[in-house]
Each structure stands twice: as C-alpha cells, then as structure tokens.
Ligand binder design. Structure first.
Ligand code: SAM
Length: 317
C-alpha cells in the first residue's frame, strides 16, 4: 500500500502480547494480562487481510512473544498465508534455547535479540532478572538451527551500560552476528530523560576501526533503518539505528498491529485504530486498514515532546 506521503507500506509488526518476562527500565511501564490478546484464529484472519493488501514481511514481537505458549502455532499460521514472504521475530532470548528449533520449523527465518550488556550485574539492573546465561544459550541455539541473519539490538543508557559498547561490538568478531545500537526513545521515565541518550555518533566516535559498509543500503527486503559499519576481521556488522538524532521516517515502511487488535500507524504517535469491531467482516477490515494507512503521520513526534505512553511493551517493539 502507498501512504499519503508516497511511502510503500508493506511491513507489519505484529505484537502478540503486552506481557513480558523482563522488566526493562526503559520499556515496561505497566503490567498486562492475557485477557485481550488476539487468538491464533484472529491473528490469521487479520494477517490474511494485510497480506491481500500487499504486506509481505511480518515481524512477531511484543511484549515478549516467546512467553505465549502458542507462539509456534501463530508463526506457522502466519507463514502459511499467501503473500507473507518473510516472517521474522524479535525476542529477549530468555526462552530462545527451547523455542529456536520449533520457530524455525514453523517458518521464522531470522531473529533479532535484545541484549544491552554482557555483564550480569548490569543485566539485572536493567531487566530486573538474573538470566544473562540463558540469553547466551538462546543465541547459540538460534545460530545452531540456522536462524539468519542473527542480530543483537542494544540500547545504551548513560549511567547504566554506556561503557558496554565495546564488549557488545566484540560479539560480532567471531560469529556472524550483527550488533546494532538503538538510541533510547522517550518511553518510561528512564527514556524520557534526554540526558541518558547515547547517540549513534557518540558510540561511533569511540570506535574508529569501524568503517562504513560499502553497501550501507540493505537489500530491498531489508529496507533497513540501520546504517551499517564493518571492522576488519569481524564476521558480523555493527549497525546504528538513530530514531532520535537522525530519524528515518521518510523511509518508514511499517505499521504495527497491537496484541489487542488495534492498529498503530507510527511508534512515536498515539493514533491507533481499533480493528476488532470489523474482525468478522473481511471487506470492512480491508477498508478500515486502507483508510488507516492513509492516516500514517509523516514522522514521529519524539522531538515535539511526545513522551510515548505505557511503555514500548504495550506497542510492540
Ligand atoms: N521482548 C522483545 C525483546 O526484548 O526484544 C520484543 C519487544 S521489545 C519492546 C523490542 C525492542 O524495543 C527491544 O530491543 C527493546 O530494547 C526496545 N525498546 C524498548 N523500549 C525502548 C526505548 N525506550 N528506547 C529504545 N528502544 C526500546
């Protein structure tokens, strides 16, 4: 679909739950229940309509998608839909060791893993949980079953883990894992404190051995929001996602379907359209989605004082 600013919108980020097994300081603001979560049937019905409108790539996210017991079934049903060419997933990897194989078998091709530190004490301070070892086991298993590309997404926060960039970059040395730094966005009190943002440029300036990749633009499918760098002898690349310092809204190709059936057109804008009243009527659903896409804002409103709401776990990261 083409939106009112001429952008091709063909990427659906599908949040399957607002619940999470971690409690990251910059992300989760409220507890949620599973009461209003879309069922696999409803997800299938909705994604079929998105696919008929030209959406080709779907990312399963949350909350933490792997805490849904039926996540493999959801993945299998979504991947089987005509028109869904690529199915990927974002996870904190706490349950990835046991889920990597079933997910791969269900049709998930790649995973993004959120990991902000390699230090156990820092990990606990950021996430509230003591399970860094499980995350690394999950990464190993994902690699073993062939989920590819494998990416680690890290948020650096001043006064918390800003000194960990070097250790995180090292993860790309011996394994084909891309490590990407995402700037802190204004969700939760932690994220709303601008003084805590570590910009992409700040990180880059500390690692002069990183050189821009020749092909900074990704392939069509990966029409990527990240700028990539490489280092001699490293198997993986280092990426920078800079929604705050250099937004990439003019290239945005995504919308978000939330776990309660609301459609969110932009991460940094509160406008949401409830699709649930139309869930049993394919024609009406299609019309609502078409109308909604035309309301997608030109850009996010972080710089205009938009402060997010209820944390990113509720929107789908
Ligand atoms: N639970 C999954 C995970 O941890 O990857 C998926 C959902 S989580 C909301 C997705 C991503 O959003 C994570 O990489 C997390 O770091 C990022 N995120 C959450 N709040 C953020 C914030 N305030 N600024 C930047 N990134 C944020």
């Amino acid at each position: 679909m083409i939106d009112s600013f001429g952008r091709k919108i063909d990427y659906l980020r599908l949040s399957v739950t607002k619940r999470c097994n971690l409690n990251c300081v910059y992300c989760k603001e409220s507890e949620s229940s599973k009461a209003d979560e879309l069922t696999p049937d409803q997800i299938e019905r909705l994604v079929k309509v998105f696919a008929s409108l030209g959406f080709k790539k779907v990312r399963l996210t949350g909350g933490e998608p792997l805490i849904r017991e039926d996540i493999a079934e959801i993945a299998r049903r979504v991947k089987a839909i005509d028109g869904v060419e690529k199915l990927v997933l974002t996870t904190n990897a706490v349950r990835l060791k046991e889920m990597a194989k079933p997910l791969k078998e269900a049709g998930v091709s790649a995973v993004n893993i959120s990991l902000d530190t390699t230090d156990e004490a820092e990990y606990k301070a950021i996430t509230g949980a003591d399970c860094l070892k499980k995350v690394f086991e999950g990464i190993d298993e994902a690699e073993k079953v062939g989920l590819s590309p494998l990416r680690i997404n890290s948020v650096l926060i001043k006064g918390k883990n800003e000194k960990r960039a070097g250790d995180l970059i090292e993860l790309a040395r011996n394994k084909k894992i891309d490590v990407r730094f995402i700037e802190l966005m204004p969700f939760t009190d932690e994220g709303k404190d601008e003084a805590k943002i570590v910009s992409g440029e700040e990180i880059l300036s500390s690692f002069p051995f990183l050189k821009p990749c020749e092909n900074k633009k990704a392939t069509a499918f990966e029409k990527s929001v990240a700028r990539y760098y490489e280092a001699e002898g490293f198997k993986g690349k280092i990426g920078f996602i800079t929604p705050v310092s250099h937004n990439f809204c003019s290239e945005c190709n995504r919308i978000r379907l939330l776990s309660d059936g609301k459609l969110r057109l932009c991460l940094g804008n509160e406008l949401q359209i409830d699709l649930m009243p139309f869930i049993d009527n394919e024609k009406a659903l299609k019309e609502e989605i078409e109308k909604a896409v035309l309301k997608k804002p030109m850009s996010h409103s972080f710089a205009c004082g938009y402060g997010g709401f209820h944390g990113m776990n509720n929107i789908g990261g």
